[in-house]
Design a binder for this molecule. Sequence first.
Ligand code: ZN
Length: 283
Amino acid sequence: MKLVRHGPAGAEKPGLIDASGALRDLSGVVTDIGPATLGRDSMSRLARLDATTLPRVPPGTRLGACVGGVGNVIGIGLNYADHAAEAGLKPPGQPIVFNKHNGAISGPNDDVWLPPGAQKLDWEVELGIVIGERAFHVGEAEALDCVAGYCLVNDVSERAYQMEYEGQWVKGKSYPTHCPIGPWLVTPDELGDPQDVDLWLEVNGQRRQSGSTRTMIFGVKTIVSYLSRFMVLLPGDVIPTGTPPGVGMGHKPPLYLKAGDVMRLGGRGLGEQRQTVVASPAG
Ligand code: ZN
């Protein structure tokens, strides 16, 4: 099953993608795709629906982030050894964890804002985990039971804010529009093995990232179990799991985004995103 949210920003409605690829409206069934809908019971009710009975949504309708009401976006850093090497950092012995403010969330094809004066705006294609059930001190064997599904995330990052402004990475990870999520949440049964997802990203038609979740240092079940020792993961929390090599910072000389650049990214079973970089509004 593939769940989406469609409509204008801030007024998205729930929907799904049917077997033929058409977008269908779920507003007669649930109020949103979010914390209240992502639990096991609710998800199995949705899976039993006959999608052909749902109203069709016109093609071309905007898609929002595929999860609404996200409480926390908890990122995993340097989770691919080859990406750690290009960042000039040694692979971590334990997962590196950072916060991405939920005000950064945007739709998969919305514009990405270049902050005023920013010179080090960068891309990161990632597999995102969407939590469906409360997870607190869960072992690796139970960790995947807490996962509602997966989605594509572009963990857009401003490297000066992240690496040069001292303190935590959150400053470089949280600008509005710097967390495109979607186009859809794909359920675990449909995605198959989350440790076998090819990921890619292009800037202006040039391939910049190619990788696979096969080479993650810490896999999905390890990440969920590990995080649940330090915090309670709640339904609707999203966990971007780290990026494969090829980010702008890793090029010699580094390559960063400017207004007018277009990013396209995708992953097996996760769909595609497309964003244009534009100057940020001031307020
Ligand atoms: Zn990242």
